[in-house]
Design a protein around this ligand. Sequence first.
Ligand code: FAD
Length: 468
Amino acid sequence: MKAVIHWFRRDLRVSDNVALSEAAKRAETVIPLFIFEDAFRTGPDVGAARLAFLLQSVESLRKNLAELGHTLIVRCGKSEEILPTFAKEVGAQCVFANKRYEPYTQRRDERITGALLKIGVGFEMFKDAVVWEEQEILNLSGKPYTVFTPYSKAWKVKAVPAPVGKIGPRKAVSGNYPSDALPASPDAVGYPLTQKIPAAGERAALELLRKFMAGPVYSYATNRNFPALDGGSNLSPHLRAGTIGIRTIIAELNKAKVKAVDANAVKSCETFLNELIWREFYAQVLHNFPHVTKGAFRPEYDKLQWSDNQEHFVAWCEGRTGYPIVDAAMRCLNATGTMHNRLRMIVAMFLTKDLLINWQWGERYFMKQLVDGDMAANNGGWQWSAGTGTDAAPYFRIFNPVSQAEKFDAGGKFVRQWIPELKDFPDDLVHQPWENPLLLAKSKYPSRIVLHEEQRGKCLAMFKAVKG
Ligand SMILES: Cc1cc2nc3c(=O)[nH]c(=O)nc-3n(C[C@H](O)[C@H](O)[C@H](O)COP(=O)(O)OP(=O)(O)OC[C@H]3O[C@@H](n4cnc5c(N)ncnc54)[C@H](O)[C@@H]3O)c2cc1C
């Protein structure tokens, strides 16, 4: 082909990028395009942290492409309108892109295919963001899995393809096409950035991966549960923006596993792979059961009578529930756009099973705040915690916020970092400051807005009412 447009979406990188590599192989000229969609600033889930991460990732992509002699063209507007016009402008025969899995993007991509076909331009999409797509891992009856363990077993039987490498320098001159300016920051489009977000871009992602595989991966299985230890890879914002390829991560993990010195280190590597598989599990759930974006995976749970207490919801969002582990986690989210996995489970269980608030409220709040906010993983995590999802924790499994905190933040290092009001509390009371009412009154830290022991019973009754 003479000219192909590579449309960058959630694949903001030059290495291990399937569609980009194919374009580089098959076309004389590749024209790299990024569309700053109207929806990036008007969609219901837009959040400053994720937007900032996206803008910085695009900037870094621009530099990485320039080093290879390519000029990234940016257009702002609606992809459905921009792509046919741009394809005509540059004389492209085809648009290449990596596949997206959310139902709304798939509907949009179908419309784009039609619009491009009308003007004789092809639209080819490639599997890139996941190792195995929604129809590639099915059970013996040819149906999608709805439970993680058998899914992960089937996933592991298949050989993971190798990374596709970095594209080479530009082969032919692609012309001088005008480019729109990206907003300088989320503030410029009405989303003031108050969070301190992690470093964005492909280089930052590869550096995180290198550091993680050089050591922390070997103690991941234990350290990942303790918020104060930062035992995870922190790769989720990069996987979300596509500043790192999944095949690259798995190839590096396999290399690290070979170097593991004992059984625990091997187990840690396997635990890490399992988490990557959870990501694919939820991606296939979203695709195969798109109703999860609108309600419970198990429809009977759409009848749950949530309390939906607005004041309680605001207290949860702002980290003022009186439960230190919940409040510290929410304050951390609000300040950084990130939250540790264990804490996500704790705050999600607390919202749904202590405050009895609809999980969809929490799902929406997370999407607005999270730098890694991903429809599939977020929906899966919320439905799991609420007990309404595929592989859900059974509804009667209710985390006790105090015992969770004592187990995973013994001594309160994490909690103290985010709740200065608790600085004078001794270690044994830092997770239940109400046990010393005088000190609590002096500290200005809020009293509990609900009593866990009471709410637990109400929650069980709420679920039993729909389960019969
Ligand atoms: C209520 C709730 C909401 C969540 N929302 C999101 C979200 O919007 N985006 C998101 O990427 N993850 C989400 N997760 C999953 C998980 O909390 C994050 O992926 C993890 O905390 C990211 O940190 P990390 O990169 O250090 O992960 P690691 O522990 O290093 O794991 C490696 C990668 O595996 C994937 N992963 C790990 N755990 C999960 C999981 N449970 N489900 C799906 N993928 C997983 C992520 O891509 C992650 O980067 C959510 C979990 C819960 C309980």
